[in-house]
Structure formats: C-alpha cells, structure tokens
Write a protein that binds this ligand. Sequence first.
Ligand SMILES: *[C@@H]1O[C@H](CO)[C@@H](O)[C@H](O)[C@H]1NC(C)=O
Ligand SMILES: *[C@@H]1O[C@H](CO)[C@@H](O)[C@H](O)[C@H]1NC(C)=O
Ligand SMILES: *[C@@H]1O[C@H](CO)[C@@H](O)[C@H](O)[C@H]1NC(C)=O
Ligand SMILES: *[C@@H]1O[C@H](CO)[C@@H](O)[C@H](O)[C@H]1NC(C)=O
Ligand SMILES: *[C@@H]1O[C@H](CO)[C@@H](O)[C@H](O)[C@H]1NC(C)=O
Ligand SMILES: *[C@@H]1O[C@H](CO)[C@@H](O)[C@H](O)[C@H]1NC(C)=O
Length: 425
Amino acid sequence: MKTIATLAVLLSAVSAKKLTLRSVKANQELATTTSCDKQKCPAAWRPKPNHHTLSGSTSADCCDKTCELFTCRGVYRSNEAYWGNVGNSPQVCCDKMCGTDFECDVGYVLADATAPGVSKKDCCQPKCQLFECTAPWAPSAAKKDVVASSAEECCEKTCAAVNCSLPGWAPNKSKELEIGSTPEDCCTPLCGNSAQVKCPFGSAVKDEDVNKTSDGTDEGCCAPQCKAYKCSDGFAPNVAKDDAFGASDEECCLPTCKKFECSMEMGWAPFPAVESDIGDNATQCCLATCKQWTCNATEGWLPYPEGAKDNTTGASNSICCMPACEKYSCSSAKGLMKIPTAKTVGGTTDEECCESSKCDDVRNKMAKMEDKEVCNGLEKEKCLKKYAKVKQGNSPAIVMCSFDETYNLCRYDTDSAIKGGCTEI
Ligand SMILES: *[C@@H]1O[C@H](CO)[C@@H](O)[C@H](O)[C@H]1NC(C)=O
Ligand SMILES: *[C@@H]1O[C@H](CO)[C@@H](O)[C@H](O)[C@H]1NC(C)=O
Ligand SMILES: *[C@@H]1O[C@H](CO)[C@@H](O)[C@H](O)[C@H]1NC(C)=O
Ligand SMILES: *[C@@H]1O[C@H](CO)[C@@H](O)[C@H](O)[C@H]1NC(C)=O
Ligand SMILES: *[C@@H]1O[C@H](CO)[C@@H](O)[C@H](O)[C@H]1NC(C)=O
Ligand SMILES: *[C@@H]1O[C@H](CO)[C@@H](O)[C@H](O)[C@H]1NC(C)=O
C-alpha cells in the first residue's frame, strides 16, 4: 500500500512546475487575469501550493485537480483513499491491479487478479503445499492446493490433540502421529466400553476387567462363559451357571447319575434310565434292592433265606418277601392241615405248608420208638402210642404201630404211613 502523504508531496511538486509553465503562458494569452488569492477552488480541486503568488482566470490557473476527478481505467482501479490527493494520473490516483496474467512462483497462486498489487508479495498467495505441518499437526495431501498458510487450514489434526482420558477410553501413544480427531480414531477402548468391544456369544467382560485396555481385540477382553462350555461325558449343563465365567466341568456342570456308583452292598442297584439325569446320591441315581426292605411279618411276609433277594431291585413285600404258610390253605379234603410253624415258615405249596391231619395226634398222643424198639411184641395199649420215623426214598415218612386184633399182634402199619412226615418230628 502506498503512503498517501509521501505521494501527495511528490506530486504537488511536479504539478506545480507544470502549472507554473502553463499559467505563464496563459497569462500572456489572457489579458483579464485576477489574483488567485481572490479565487475559490471548486469542489475536488485544491489551491496550488504557491497560490497566493499566482493570478489567473481559470480554476486550472490557481488550483490543482484531486484524484477524485481522475478516472482509473484498464489495469488501474480506483481507490477512494487517494481522492483527497492532488493528482491526475493513474500512477498517482489509482492502484495497479495484479492482472490476470500476473505470474506467481511455483507453490503460489494469483489469488485475485483485481486486487491491487504490483509484486509477487502483493499478488501471490502461498498454497498449503508450502506450509510445514508440525506436531500435533500432520501434512494433508488433500489440502495441498488450498490457498492458505495456517495449520488449521493446511494440516490434519493428529491424535496427539485428542484427549483420550474419557470414560471407556485410554490413550494409545503409538497413534499420536496418526491423523484423527475422535476417540474412535485415536484411543484404545477399555474392555468395559461395550459400544466398542463386542464379545462373541458365550463370552463377556468380567467386572474386574472393565478398566483393562482391549489391545484392539475381543480376546483380551472377553472371557468364556459356561453357556459356551460343553460338559464332558458324565456331566450335564448347570443352567444356573449359564452366565457365570468358566470353562470346566467343575465350574459349569453338574454330575449325572452316570458317574454315581450304586453299591449293591448298601442295597442299591444301577438305574440305567436315569443315567443322564443330574444327581449324586443313591436316592436319585439307584434303585433300591430288597436288601433294604423289611418284610412285614404281621401281614404274613417273611424274608427269603440267606439274602436270596438281596440283589433284586424292589421295595414291596410281594417282590422281596416270601409269603408265610400262614397265608396258605391246606385242603382237609386231601387229609391235610397247616403245619404248626406256618407263621414262621414261608411257602406256597402243599409240600411246604401242609402236613397230614394225623400229625397232630402223632405229636400230641404218640411217642417215637427207641432205636432198637419195634412194633412187634408191644402190648395193644403201648402199640397204639408208638411210631417210627423212616425214609421212603428220599422223603421222610412216619409209620405208626397198629394192633392186629385177629392175630393179637402189634405191627407196622405201612399202608397208612404219613408221607413227608410231620413237622418237628
Ligand atoms: C481430558 O478430559 C478429562 C475429562 O473430561 C479431563 O478431566 C482432563 O483434564 C482432560 N485432559 C486434558 C489433558 O485435557
Ligand atoms: C474402573 O474405573 C472406574 C473409573 O475410574 C472406577 O470407578 C471403577 O471402580 C473401576 N473398576 C474396576 C473394576 O477397577
Ligand atoms: C495402538 O495403536 C497401534 C497403531 O495404530 C495399534 O497397532 C495398536 O493395536 C494399538 N494398541 C492398542 C492397545 O489398542
Ligand atoms: C440326593 O440329592 C438330592 C438333590 O441334591 C437331595 O434333595 C436329596 O436329599 C439327596 N438325598 C440324599 C440321601 O442325600
Ligand atoms: C405291617 O403291617 C401292619 C398291618 O398292615 C401294619 O400295621 C404295620 O405298620 C406294618 N409294619 C411295618 C413295619 O410296616
Ligand atoms: C449280590 O451281589 C454281590 C455283588 O455283586 C455278590 O457278591 C453277592 O453274592 C450277590 N448276592 C446274591 C444273593 O446274589
């Protein structure tokens, strides 16, 4: 920009010289001249510096034009700042424009052809390619042709300028020189930042890990949950632990009956139907055997001898016990009656439960013969009270003595032998 004051002084000197010549000439031509002192300069004119020593008949004789009266044309443009100046040329009264064909150096552009200016400094403006972006700013290829020379206009913000101390985020030093302006671009999410860290199905972030940095992968943050664990053979999922953290049978599963051993000695037999059920005790996992059953004698049930049913599964009198002979009917038509020990002896057949109806008499009214005793020779009274225990094949039998009146003789009555014998004889 020109300094108007300097210019005004310079120009008034030049004009004064010219005007002096001209006014001398005019004075010679024109007879009717008056002292300039007496004249008043019109608007936009200024009295000449030596005005009081001059005389003339026109404004031009006594006054100088100011730039306000000058019209700037072509590569010159008007500037009101000069209007008060004395002057009558584009050099004095106008600004030279840079012009459309002004040439700028590489990296500069002619910003405005109509802007006043005559030098590269006036007319050319640097492009961002000349601007050096320094930390925390990084160069931007996209902005290299932008006409500007500030970091804000020419550079990209780097992560160094981003405050990562926000809830859910932590700084990542190695990103400081990267371009970015958001936590997403520039910071490391914490494991607890659920918008950033998405755990796959069957895993989640442990409470104690919410402030851990994620190292950029879910693996660092997400711990496996029981719902993703497959229980081994002999275990079944514990649904109550679905959301718990864990990856082992102990943490995530419950034992099934398959793992439980049923002890025959304790009266438990395996129960295959519940093998895959959750359970860890005999009540759940085993079938009771008769070993645990107490036969109800009051109802006529007796235990089998020698624990014969100990390994049989069951829990009822009918499965585990044998009926006492007490419950059995012996046919009197067949000459049978219940054995005297019917309450304490089990059985369901004539053989087991019945004996001859004669046995009562044998037991109560008769006596067994001594070893060497025989029926023969016994008197009638004695003969009728004696019997012998013998064997018929493999079975016992009782043969009584009977008195033969015809021969007056006591003899063995084999025809009426009691087959099978009598109880307790
Ligand atoms: C970053 O932001 C946090 C929370 O808004 C604030 O407490 C902390 O002073 C900031 N740090 C810097 C370096 O600006
Ligand atoms: C995690 O950080 C927050 C904020 O600093 C704090 O309130 C919280 O107790 C921390 N949690 C754990 C498990 O460290
Ligand atoms: C930190 O930034 C670097 C560079 O981008 C990246 O490779 C790394 O995974 C980041 N570290 C974390 C913990 O996010
Ligand atoms: C067996 O386990 C079930 C379920 O845990 C329990 O209710 C029951 O009392 C247990 N029985 C025995 C005999 O321990
Ligand atoms: C045996 O059966 C009787 C009669 O039905 C009953 O009163 C008694 O309680 C039973 N005893 C046992 C040990 O179950
Ligand atoms: C029952 O089983 C046990 C063991 O399996 C065996 O030692 C015992 O002899 C069995 N008892 C009977 C009466 O079968």
